[in-house]
Write a protein that binds this ligand. Structure first.
Ligand code: HEM
Length: 451
């Protein structure tokens, strides 16, 4: 297939309906049993595909141009829908706020993620990675998902707070984050809100984890208010001023934003790393080329931000892992007014889904989509990828604010680990990604071998 850079201007949109709706339930069972398979099957039924969730009708924007129309028009398609339940944890922070409130928050916070800040935030990433991986023993087996989550949490704590959090507290915050993130997901997919109000052990663990996580972060913020600028993300947030009004974030707002960064940034980045190491461990040719690049670029040194331009293949491996296994596998918007999409009338309140997984696995957009092929991102081939087809970080006003930070951390960690370790999958183990709040790698035991 020869792909084109953008869709034809006069495209006649195809709308369709997902097959296999059951009476009363619609497609709930298909989505519940095999969410990824179901989503990936939908683009074959149209550019805009109707899905029935019980009595509700929602639409998947399956064509990249329709996804762009949704994401680039936040006044028409805004945040909302079932993901609103995340407000229980995230308050009215960046990832859940809407309209003018969101625009104002984004203008205030965006400078904290400017690319010029990223080098300073990430100075300790490689050293932290060395410290953690120096404890690995040759021949031992580690669950790579868990190992990367623990490492990422340490790195995230340093990026945010630079000093002051001991290892035990970071580990406690990590366990809280896991409980809370899984709890939010369960609450989001639960059709009724009754179960979450019952005093079950699961709900009590969720409430405790939520309270404790916020206590840990609030303690850091309280201590930091009076301290000097540490050049980390928290210092930048505490000093941030709205460009028009000069307004600053209140302590509660900083707390909500920091918890949001931890929730949005740690599992996503950790899963990406786990997928990368799994792929390297199963594809010897890819691993060999990546090792050669890392060895040549670093010559045994620990990498720093300025080394990244010399690691283009490493970057392509990461991009291709994000294509094959996008951590943010599905998201939604809600029509804020009666409107039209893909030639179809859409009434106010209608939920529109977009799925990076469905886009990235569409053979019309990526030939042989199940094959891991970092060469897609090299030279001319990269230029042939259709606009909007690769969307691991979303697009428009709600596009991931941490994208550059995440890509930088990921590249530094991959290069640091790959310079010293080769990770082999335990014979008989199989990757089976689990679509939860993010796409998780599931159990992935790998054997550590020194290079
Ligand atoms: C590989 C890692 C990551 C992936 C794949 C990822 C993906 C995404 C995606 C797809 C969105 C948009 C969701 C939507 O359209 O509704 C998003 C939003 C967001 N991400 Fe990330 N993210 C990653 C890492 C990070 C990091 C490291 C941070 C912060 C430290 C972060 C903070 C956020 C925030 C605050 C939002 C909400 C932005 C807004 O609504 O204005 N993410 N992320």
């Amino acid at each position: 297939m020869t792909s084109v850079k953008s869709a034809p201007a006069e495209k006649a949109w195809r709308s369709g309906t997902a097959p296999g709706a059951l009476p009363l339930l619609g497609h709930v069972l298909s989505l519940w049993r095999d969410p990824l398979g179901f989503l990936a099957s939908l683009p074959a039924h149209g550019d805009l595909v109707e899905v029935r969730l019980g009595p509700s009708r929602v639409y998947l924007a399956a064509h990249p141009e329709l996804v762009r129309q949704v994401l680039l028009n936040p006044r028409v398609f805004d945040k909302g829908g079932v993901f609103d339940k995340a407000r229980q944890l995230l308050g009215n922070s960046l990832s859940v706020s809407r309209g003018e409130e969101h625009r104002s928050q984004r203008r205030l916070i965006q400078p904290a993620f400017h690319s010029t800040k990223i080098a300073a935030y990430t100075t300790a990433v490689a050293d932290d990675t060395r410290t953690v991986t120096d404890r690995w023993q040759p021949g031992e087996t580690r669950d790579i998902g868990d190992a990367m989550h623990a490492l990422l949490m340490r790195v995230a704590a340093r990026t945010l707070f630079s000093t002051g959090l001991d290892e035990a507290t970071v580990e406690e915050a990590r366990q809280c984050l896991r409980t809370v993130s899984h709890g939010i997901y369960k609450r989001t997919v639960a059709p009724l809100g009754i179960m979450e109000k019952l005093p079950t052990p699961g709900n009590r663990a969720y409430d405790h984890a939520n309270t404790r996580l916020r206590e840990i972060v609030a303690d850091m913020i309280g201590r930091r208010r009076s301290e000097a600028d540490h050049g980390d993300l928290l210092s930048t947030l505490l000093r941030a001023e709205h460009p028009d009004t000069g307004e600053k974030l209140s302590e509660d707002q900083v707390l909500d934003q920091v918890v949001t960064f931890l929730v949005a940034g740690s599992e996503t980045t950790a899963s990406t790393l786990a997928f990368v190491f799994h792929l390297l461990g199963t594809l010897p040719d890819v691993e060999k080329r990546l090792h050669a690049e890392v060895d040549e670029a670093l010559g045994g040194r620990t990498p720093v931000y300025d080394d990244l331009p010399a690691l283009p293949y490493t970057r392509n491996v990461i991009t291709e892992a994000l294509r094959l296994y996008p951590p943010s596998w599905m998201a939604m918007r809600v029509a804020a007014q009666d409107t039209e999409l893909g030639g179809k009338a859409v009434s106010e309140g209608t939920m529109i889904l977009y799925s990076a997984y469905a886009l990235h696995h569409n053979p019309e957009l990526f030939p042989d989509p199940e094959t891991f092929d970092p060469g897609r991102w090299e030279g001319e081939r990269a230029g042939q990828v259709q606009r909007g087809a690769l969307l691991p970080f979303g697009a428009g006003s709600h596009k991931c604010i941490g994208d550059v930070l995440a890509l930088t951390e990921t590249a530094l960690i991959v290069a640091t680990v790959a310079a010293r370790w080769r990770l082999r999958p335990v014979p008989g183990s199989r990757l089976s990604p689990e679509p939860k709040a993010t796409l998780e790698p599931g159990p992935l035991p790998m054997i550590c071998e020194r290079r």
